[in-house]
Write a protein that binds this ligand. Sequence first.
Ligand SMILES: [Zn+2]
Length: 264
Amino acid sequence: MPGGIAILALPATLPAAIEARFGDQPVFIARDDDGVRRLVVGIPLVQAPGATLIQLRDPQTQQEIGSLPFTLVAKTYPEQRITLPPDSKHVHPGPEELARYEREAKEQQAIYKRFSGSPGAWPAFVQPTAGQLTATFGRKRFFNGEERQPHLGMDIAAPEGQVVVAPAAGVVVQTGDYFFNGRTVLIDHGQGLVSMLCHLSEFRVAAGARLRAGEPIGLVGKTGRATGPHLHWTVSLNDARIDPLLVLPPSSTAGTGISAPKSP
Ligand SMILES: [Zn+2]
């Protein structure tokens, strides 16, 4: 479904060296202990339901050697209405602020398109901070009645200053102070899987830092467009923003009964 994950087993008959693509993006190839390879594919929120496919290529020659079809089902996400002070710069940004936002969005999009590393295990995830889940992924948002971009992550309400940790092992790609997202840390978990953690009061890591899951990266805050202290967490897979609940273990406090993919 849009905003979800498709897990597709690669037939054992396929060669060891293989590259999979969904649209123009390379796809995460998870290799289990038993040697089984599975494609873990992020589905963009805007993807239309129906039949679609993954292209398989020879990484050397870039020649197509097959495809894996799958079917997307529709999903309707709920609406969320948020009231901000009408004079807030985050409701009606001026031209300078819009230019800044566009520059920052481009930077982030380039990070989402990265593809580092080779086939390996799907990483284990932990919830990056404890707290109540206040805004789920995919909600259609209205700021003071005006429709905006849907919510492309998960919000966890938590006290200002509470420690935020790396949700999975990875490398810090970038830190910054962004117009909408506030103080932010972007972590590359490998093979096109990226986390973005926003609205921090401060971050305590720098680009290039290697992190284990659960290692502190900063503190909960309300920098950027935030009505109160909370952590916003985006998960991107093959440049598709997906529901972070899907990667968390089902026992997580933010869990609402949706299970994480079983060792994809
Ligand atoms: Zn959010």
